[in-house]
Design a protein. Structure first.
Length: 181
């Protein structure tokens, strides 16, 4: 019964056959729970593929079954939260990435805290690279008129050393408390 349901779901989502086979190869509790989640959250094919891959990696790394991972309190909180299915599916993927790459997750969180500590006005936005996939830090200014622009530029000038240090951390030149080894 579960195999038929899974195959129907996979066909509807156009999942690649290799991934369907991986999914079917999971133990029964993991296979069933993952299908329930995928159906409930209306996961897209790419989300299913990524979820399956991350679950397999976390399972190996942590020595837990897929079903045990899917019952972790952090995931259950997301699954039981209000909101759209696709939005919650994205949050599930984010949490699985955090479980799979805990050091990267800590680094991203630390850098976000550093940006928040700058207390930037609403006219200035610091954009960090997603998952630290590059070493670029983008500074965006949205100002209406001369006064707002001068104020934003003045603020950036005052925060010059902090912004340079942030860029060095992202580039890996100043690890600070980031322990990525």
């Amino acid at each position: 019964m579960i195999e038929l349901r899974l195959r129907r779901f996979a066909e509807e989502k156009s999942l690649p056959p290799a991934h369907v086979q991986k999914w079917l190869a999971l133990d029964e509790p993991g296979r069933t729970r993952l299908l329930e989640i995928a159906e409930t959250l209306k996961m897209r094919a790419g989300q299913c593929v990524a979820t399956l891959a991350l679950l397999e990696e976390v399972s190996i790394r942590e020595g837990q079954t897929i079903a045990e991972i899917l019952e972790l309190p952090t995931l259950r909180r997301i699954l039981n939260s209000p909101g759209s299915g696709p939005g919650r599916a994205r949050l599930v993927l984010d949490e699985l990435r955090a479980l799979r790459y805990p050091q990267l997750h800590r680094a991203v969180k630390y850098l976000a805290e550093q940006v928040a500590a700058l207390n930037l006005p609403s006219t200035i936005k610091i954009v960090l690279p997603r998952d630290l996939a590059s070493d670029q830090v983008r500074v965006e200014i949205v100002a209406q008129g001369k006064a707002e622009m001068e104020e934003a530029l003045g603020y950036l000038t005052a925060k010059n050393l902090d912004l340079v240090r942030l860029a060095e951390m992202v580039a890996g030149l100043d690890a600070g408390p980031l322990d990525l080894e």
